[in-house]
Design a binder for this molecule. Sequence first.
Ligand code: NAD
Length: 480
Amino acid sequence: MALVISKNWIGGEWSIPMNGKTIINNPSNLQEQVGTVNLSDESDVLQAEDAARKAQKKWAKLTGAARANYLNRMADGLKENLEELATLASSEMGKPIGEMKGEVNRGIHLLRYYAGEGVRSNGNVIPASDVNVMQYTKRVPIGVVGIITPWNFPVAIPIWKLAPALICGNALIWKPAEIASLTATKMVEIFEKSGLPAGVLNLVVGKGSDVGKTLLEKVNLNAVSFTGSSVTGSLVAQTCAKRNIKYQTEMGGKNAAVVMNDADLEKSIPMVLSGAFRSAGQKCTATSRIIVESGIYDEFIEKIQKGVAELNVGPALEENTYLGPVASKIQFDKVKSYVDIAHKDTTIVAEPKLSINSEGYYVSPIVVTGADSDHQLVQEEIFGPMATILKANDFDDAIRLCNKTVYGLSASLFTNNLSSAHRFLDETEAGMVRVNQETAGVEYQAPFGGMKLSSSHTREQGQAALDFYTETKTCAIKYF
Ligand code: NAD
């Protein structure tokens, strides 16, 4: 693959920012350079603000149907370039190619779904108290929106923000994660071909602590949509609250899969494994805690051991890879530090020896027992291929353990008991709750987001995204 360089796209022009460079090596094979990320400074961010402000009003004046045409062409472009984009993204951040193609496909569906919103109802007629008054609501664009995204879904997360924001008539300044900036550049090159008017979408590549901070502190934004860690999210929220900028922060998780005595283990184990280890555990909805009812505990351990032994760890571009490397040196060091803690404090149930021919950021999938429910392995987001098993005495104990976390993103129950299923959906403190399905996995047409420290209590995707990217105007006309 030819070397890729990141660029900014501001006001419809490509430029290479000059505030330093980061070399990106393929996490599946550190000998292979994928490209160079060129970093922006404050002046690039301010230029993007200017471009977005100039473009927004005209974009908002178009009909929803006209904006939808652009989104549909963006989807067409992604479809034509699916293989190339997925290959670049897998090489940049290590997600297995099969999953990455699925992610690009998700992006295509998201764009088409939100294109449809351009011609759907955007308000309600509300009876007025007075005679001869027509009172109604309409959604209006919020203005210029800052979009700050993480690296773990380098295609789908940006699109689930960009697509609803654009269809609602906003102009955008997008700052992707540093280690997903090559993919971001390629995506915007594809989107450019849709003919999007200059300044409606602006890409500014750079460090969070620099470009992200400037965007939040110096730009006259009307809204910010952020996905990333809870630590950064809390900074984003504080800055936005001080400046009265509308914000949403979608953040970390410590998600539990609960397996009851009556679960169908043959069907449940593959879903638990997929939730914990696909994408090397680097999904905000990944299963990080497995809570198992005591009656099947020993059988479950035996089966999960066998299941983990069969997982294929390998380079992201090999089709039969189940989990690839973690995304970067920072991720590798962080996950390894938790693996060291596991070796010191817990019993290792599964940690197969790896045999891979290339040097990369590979971490063996690891399952542990023996950590109590307060232990840092059970409480902190690891964001890697590690799961901790906890034993529950009964259903109530399982719910107690499941809710014993500061996070509240997703949770799953495996059971054949209808009452347990309903009680779980009622009593679990998480935004995404599922029965007999893995903790990871979202549908673009349904609201997505968390409770507690996982979110600013806003929701993305589905119709919920339209609420964030618009303001509601209540209109009234008296006629005589
Ligand atoms: P991160 O918080 O380090 O970075 C996220 C984004 O914020 C990046 O673009 C980064 O450059 C930027 N940033 C960093 N510091 C900033 C600052 N001071 N001001 C403004 N922007 C700043 O997160 P990450 O490592 O990229 O992503 C992993 C995290 O994302 C995990 O915690 C994961 O759970 C979370 N995540 C959440 C969801 C969700 O929808 N809830 C989805 C995916 C990932």
